[in-house]
Design a protein around this ligand. Structure first.
Ligand SMILES: Cc1cc2nc3c(=O)[nH]c(=O)nc-3n(C[C@H](O)[C@H](O)[C@H](O)COP(=O)(O)O)c2cc1C
Length: 357
């Protein structure tokens, strides 16, 4: 099944293997995609679908050093070169829109950028900055109603830029403790203004953004990534997680979204997303259902056969194996990912993983 094509009215995929979004910090000049990034993604075009690394729709969301943006013409042009190389090589590609919110230090933001979040409370822990090494996260400004309106606009304009650049769609990053999940999670969001305080309040920003992006580019070009039960970036579990995510997914389904992409980081030490919750989320959603986290060829095949998902996303294995599809087909050994070069700035550990001869 993994190698079977999947045709939808919106997108024809040549296999069921998705390349997970992977931040690689190679956008070293003005957060712009460059020739090295063109080569990296082109090498991986045999995936059924590539999801880009987290890409910021706002100068306030460029929270890590050297991550790419999609907030100006130069960045849009850089992405155009990436996506056309992937299309020429026969691949499909969506852009992950990631706003880091409170997960940053102000030194990582371009001039004029501001750290914002649901509350004026710093994310615990430290973050790497190019100029000062490891630093505690900067305390954010609690977003006002006008800031929320602005961020919805930024996501919407970024999605329009992505489509103009040639992408097949966008993925809203509502996982891993970044801005959208900061609003979803009551351990981070204690707002009392209608954007917090209840299931519908906490889901509201995600839905405002989804509705606006859908209106701008069409529902069949919009996916979303969710990590219920995630702990990354000091989010953590909460009592209403199941009814909240089910309510969210029901509304996303009514909007007609292309896919939801559910992440279970238990293979990386996080609590598992209960199987029952994954099943219910899939049942509540009428579009495509992607599962991610810790899959190999056999577990992916089983998940597809058991109809637990329509597509399976692979992160570290695609990072280290540009020809992962071919290796899985042949049962060939895999290159091992080198953690030391995940976030460095050059070709080493990026475009030099070998393909099979
Ligand atoms: C180097 C690295 C960078 C990542 N960057 C992102 C990212 O930008 N956006 C995102 O949603 N997840 C990101 N993730 C999480 C992966 O998409 C994926 O969910 C995770 O690696 C688990 O899948 P795997 O077991 O197949 O690797 C990253 C993971 C790694 C290892």
């Amino acid at each position: 099944m993994l190698f079977d094509a999947l045709a939808t009215p919106a997108l024809n995929l040549k296999n069921r293997m998705v390349m997970s979004p992977l931040t690689r910090s190679r956008a070293v000049e003005r957060n712009c995609p460059n020739a090295l990034m063109v080569e990296y993604y082109r090498q991986r075009a045999s995936a059924g679908l590539i999801i880009t690394e987290g890409t910021s729709p706002s100068i306030n969301g460029l929270g890590y050093a050297n991550i790419p943006g999609i907030c100006n013409d130069e960045q849009e042009k850089g992405w155009q070169a990436v996506v056309s190389a992937v299309h020429e090589a026969g691949g499909k590609m969506v852009m992950q829109l990631m706003h880091t919110g409170r997960v940053t230090h102000v030194a990582n933001l371009p001039s004029g950028g501001e750290v914002m979040g649901p509350m004026a409370e710093a994310c615990p822990g430290e973050i790497f900055t190019l100029s000062q090494g490891l630093k505690p996260h900067t305390a954010p400004r609690a977003m006002s109603a006008a800031d929320i309106e602005q961020v919805v606009k930024e996501f919407t304009e970024a999605a329009q830029r992505a489509i103009r650049a040639g992408f097949d769609g966008v993925e809203l990053h509502a996982a891993n403790g970044y801005l959208i999940e900061q609003f979803l999670n009551p351990n981070v969001n204690g707002r009392t203004d209608g954007y917090g305080g209840s299931i519908s309040g906490r889901n509201r920003l995600a839905l405002d953004i989804a509705r606006s992006v859908v209106a701008a580019i069409g529902a069949n070009k919009v996916g979303i990534r969710l990590s219920p039960c995630g702990v990354f970036n000091s989010t953590g579990g909460f009592a209403e997680v199941e009814p909240q995510y089910l309510a969210l997914v029901r509304e996303l389904s009514a909007l007609g979204l292309l896919y939801i992409h559910v992440l279970d980081h238990s293979a990386m030490g996080a609590p598992a997303v209960p199987e029952t919750l994954k099943r219910e989320l899939k049942q509540q959603f009428k579009g495509l259902f992607i599962l991610a986290g810790g899959f190999d060829r056999d577990t992916a095949e089983t998940a597809l056969t058991e109809k637990k998902a329509d597509l399976i996303a692979f992160g570290r294995s695609f990072l280290a194996n540009p020809d992962l599809v071919q290796r899985f087909k042949l049962g060939a050994p895999l290159n091992v990912p080198d953690m030391e070069t995940f976030y460095t700035s050059d070709a080493k550990g990026y475009t030099d993983y070998p393909s099979l001869p």
